[in-house]
Design a protein around this ligand. Structure first.
Ligand SMILES: NC(=O)C1=CN([C@@H]2O[C@H](COP(=O)(O)OP(=O)(O)OC[C@H]3O[C@@H](n4cnc5c(N)ncnc54)[C@H](OP(=O)(O)O)[C@@H]3O)[C@@H](O)[C@H]2O)C=CC1
Ligand SMILES: CC[C@](O)(C(C)=O)C(=O)O
Ligand SMILES: [Mg+2]
Ligand SMILES: [Mg+2]
Length: 342
């Protein structure tokens, strides 16, 4: 059984007694910075010169410094820039300003697991990885709840790294839900697998194929959209509440029987073999190398794939329909429909 942590297992005063620099103010960065601040922690945000995130952080009442100055001020440095940017930021701005006895905090182990960042011996290296998108890390905290986190210590230079990591997890609201003890390797490999095979890659491809199958057979795109995309959330809510069993309990017997006989026809054993190949490429570093090499070349593959995804017909149908939904209220004002803006 995994080791679990809750609010009572952590001492908030530990992180409240430290100076915390949050590097990056995007999905996770804004959530960590604001949740820490609202939990009584002294936080400053580190951003690159000319950063488009500066105004957002300042509007929220946070003090913004350069990455180098924030690191030099802090004794806890939280690296929440995109994974592909972290090694350059670390080498150029963080490492030269990182004092011995400080802590480096990550929300994902990519750069440590694949060797793109090698911290010096004298610093604690910990990870608090929310198991959910940053905008929900903030939304849940504001609503008095939290997104579960998994927590790891890669390097315990001070002897206090675990207590610090748990204190941090509590401050961002994660231990209101639960924390699970993990390692950088387990988090990195399982997170990459989950997002590629199931949560992002698997689900997106399933939705697109479902939409294409219905519309190519002559069904109305709007009906197809409701059937394979909109209703997915309602089904996933039930799965989230009570497992696959609760979803099967709530749907009709017809749907439940169709689930048993047609699910394995669509997602057949070859899909599991494909999943194993994806996992192998994660474990042996092939995925990380492909991602970073593409980024280093100016991201031509990533940019083309993003444009192709946004051009899929289901996106235009969805944009049109969501404008008509009386019950859809956009809550993330920095998400722009129809663009890749973050
Ligand atoms: N997104 C999520 O929900 C989750 C993310 N994680 C992990 O959290 C970490 C952060 O991810 P995420 O929040 O998605 O990141 P984002 O893409 O949202 O980060 C954007 C922020 O990073 C800054 N930034 C972007 N590029 C650079 C650069 N080259 N140099 C300096 N700053 C830069 C941006 O500033 P500017 O305005 O200057 O571009 C902006 O403030 C990653 O390790 C990720 O794996 C973990 C769990 C979930
Ligand atoms: C599922 C995607 C994720 O791993 C996450 C929100 O947890 C990410 O990297 O954004
Ligand atoms: Mg994840
Ligand atoms: Mg991830």
């Amino acid at each position: 059984m995994a080791e679990l942590f809750y609010d009572d297992d952590a001492d908030l005063s530990i992180i409240a007694g430290r100076k915390v620099a949050v590097i990056g103010y995007g999905s996770q960065g804004h959530a960590h910075a604001l949740n820490l601040r609202d939990s009584g922690v002294d936080v400053r945000v580190g951003l690159r010169e000319g950063s488009s995130s500066r105004a957002k952080a300042e509007d929220a009442g946070l003090q913004v410094l350069t990455v180098a100055a924030a690191t030099a001020w802090a004794d806890v440095v939280v690296i929440l820039a995109p994974d592909q940017a972290q090694r350059h930021l670390y080498a150029n701005d963080i490492a030269p300003n990182l004092a011995a006895g400080s802590a480096l905090v990550f929300a994902h182990g990519f750069n440590i697991r694949f060797g793109y960042i090698t911290p010096p011996d004298g610093v604690d290296v910990v990870m608090i990885a929310p198991k959910g998108p940053g905008h929900l890390v903030r939304r849940e905290y504001v609503d008095g709840r939290g997104v579960p986190v998994i927590v790891a210590v890669e390097q315990d230079a001070t002897g206090n790294a675990w207590a610090l990591a748990l204190s941090y997890a509590k401050a961002i609201g994660g231990l209101r839900a639960a924390g699970i003890k993990t390692t950088f390797t387990e988090e990195t490999e399982s997170d990459l697998f989950g997002e590629q095979a199931v949560l992002c890659g698997g689900v997106s491809q399933l939705i697109q194929y479902g939409f294409e199958t219905l519309t190519e057979a002559g069904y109305q795109p709007e009906v197809a959209y409701f059937e394979v995309l909109h209703e997915l959330k309602l089904i996933v809510d039930l799965i989230n509440e009570g497992g696959i069993a609760k979803q099967r309990w709530s749907v009709s017997d017809t749907a439940e029987y169709g689930d048993y006989v047609s699910g394995p026809r669509v997602i057949d054993p070859s899909v599991k073999e494909n999943m194993k190949a994806v996992l192998a490429d994660i474990q042996n570093g092939a995925f990380a190398k492909r991602f970073i090499d593409d980024q280093d070349a100016g991201a031509p593959e990533f940019t083309a794939l993003r444009a192709k995804g946004e051009a899929h017909p289901i996106e235009a149908v969805g944009r049109r329909l969501r404008k008509l939904f009386a019950w859809v209220k956009p809550t993330d004002s920095d998400f722009v429909e129809g663009s890749a803006a973050r």
